[in-house]
Design a protein around this ligand. Structure first.
Ligand code: ADP
Length: 420
């Protein structure tokens, strides 16, 4: 465009001084002389009858042309744009036909036009090829996604999409799919681990019961001591099994989201009092110390909260030598009812603390099985506390003891929260 502008400007500039000189003529004679003598522009002067009065063309080169308004003419392989301009001198109406050489301009227009068409064709082709490449890539990832999604089963949860082959736009889809598969695989492994741990835990009481059943079969009918021992062991192991199955069912219900909490407003101070009385009644080997702030009310499932707190208290008793002190407290901290269960028992090594809420986790599996633990208590307690919007803090030192602090949010009902 710029080049064309420059060419048009130079065509105009080349002939302008001559045309200005012609314009300045005031006599017909001067005008004829000027037109005959100029070299820089090609012009022809005609009278009102169309007769040629003067011309800047030498007579032997071309035949001057007479036109009405405008015209295009090819002369000696050059293209001219002709236009007629009216002149008035000495009351004469004359016409000046101006020839502009537009050959270069036309060549430029042709070249630039061709280049523009070429550029357009190349860009269209590039866009088309890139588009079809991207489309193929897009469909490639979607095909792979469809195929992998169709093939996914529990046997090959490790299937992932190839992120490197995806375009920028599809990387997010591929990454999302892979992240989803990571979560599914993890959940599936966790579930598998749970089932295998549960089976393992159930196998022990079943073997013990089978062993005693065989013993009874052989000698039980005659030997009263064996009979008594077997009955006791079978009773203990079946209770153990029942306890385990109930815990497993609780966890399964929570996982399936079918765990129902029967929530209501209750007196937490009374509940803790009850828990302390029951503990003292059943447990005479430890010194139970307590401090309960009165009239603390809570919204929640009273039975479940008691079940959770019993787990902490039972653990404190289980993992503390007889004769030592167990402290149970209920206080208020900010907007939380805080239950503290502290013992000065065996404690938990620091590196094990993050694991104690994991299912089937026991610091020392062999030692703790004797104490009747399956490693499920704290995970159940955690479920209950979390379902009430609470949290648990634990601090422990091996040989010194453990302190659990369980926080339950107190959501005061409108009638009491705005009391005067
Ligand atoms: P378990 O039924 O085996 O007691 P839990 O889930 O209740 O299982 O506890 C997990 C593990 O955390 C226990 O096996 C024990 O090693 C440790 N633990 C829990 N409470 C205490 C405590 N008060 N003192 C020492 N160790 C504890």
């Amino acid at each position: 465009m710029f080049v064309l502008g420059v060419t048009v400007f130079s065509i105009y500039n080349e002939s302008k001084p001559s045309l200005d000189a012609i314009d300045r003529q005031t006599t017909a004679e001067g005008l004829i002389d000027k037109v005959n003598s100029i070299n820089e522009a090609r012009v022809t002067l005609i009278n009102s009858q169309g007769e040629i009065l003067a011309s800047s063309f030498r007579p032997d080169t071309i035949e001057p042309k007479i036109i009405e308004y405008v015209d295009v003419q090819v002369i000696n392989n050059r293209v001219y744009f002709l236009y007629k301009k009216g002149l008035f001198v000495e009351n004469l109406s004359l016409g000046l036909i101006v020839y502009n050489d537009i050959t270069i301009l036309l060549i430029e227009i042709t070249v630039i036009g061709t280049l523009a068409i070429l550029l357009f064709a190349v860009s269209t082709l590039t866009i088309y090829l890139r588009g079809s490449y991207l489309t193929r890539k897009a469909f490639g990832v979607l095909d792979e996604l469809t195929e992998k999604a169709n093939n996914i089963s529990s046997q090959n949860l490790n299937l992932r999409l190839n992120v490197n082959d995806s375009t920028d736009e599809l990387i997010e889809i591929a990454l999302t799919f892979n992240r989803m598969m990571d979560r599914i695989e993890k959940a599936y492994e966790k579930q598998n681990q749970f089932v295998s741990d549960a089976s393992h835990e159930l196998r022990t009481p079943i073997s013990v019961i089978q062993g005693y059943a065989r013993m009874l079969d052989r000698w039980g009918k005659d030997d009263k001591d064996i009979l008594q021992e077997s009955i006791q062991a079978i009773k203990k192991e079946s209770e153990n099994m029942q306890d385990l199955v109930e815990k497993l069912l609780f966890i399964a219900r929570n996982d399936k989201d079918t765990l129902v909490l029967v929530k209501g407003r209750f007196n937490m101070s009374e509940l803790i009092g009850e828990l302390i009385r029951e503990t003292i009644l059943l447990e005479t080997n430890h010194n139970i110390e307590s401090h309960v702030e009165p009239e603390i009310m809570l919204d929640g499932d009273r039975d479940r909260i008691k079940q959770a707190l019993r787990i902490f208290v039972d653990n404190a008793l289980k993992y503390t030598e007889t004769g030592k002190i167990i402290t149970i407290k209920l206080t208020i901290e900010d907007n939380y009812a805080v239950v503290t269960v502290r013992d000065n028992g065996i404690g938990i090594p620091e590196e094990q603390l993050p694991n104690i809420f994991d299912r089937f986790f026991r610091v020392d599996a062999s030692r703790e099985r004797d104490k009747g633990g399956h490693g499920l208590g704290l995970s159940i307690a955690r479920i209950i506390v979390l379902r009430h919007g609470g949290r648990i803090k634990v601090a422990s030192k091996p040989g010194e003891g453990t302190r659990f602090k369980i926080y339950f949010p107190i959501d005061l009902p409108p009638s009491t929260s705005h009391s005067e």
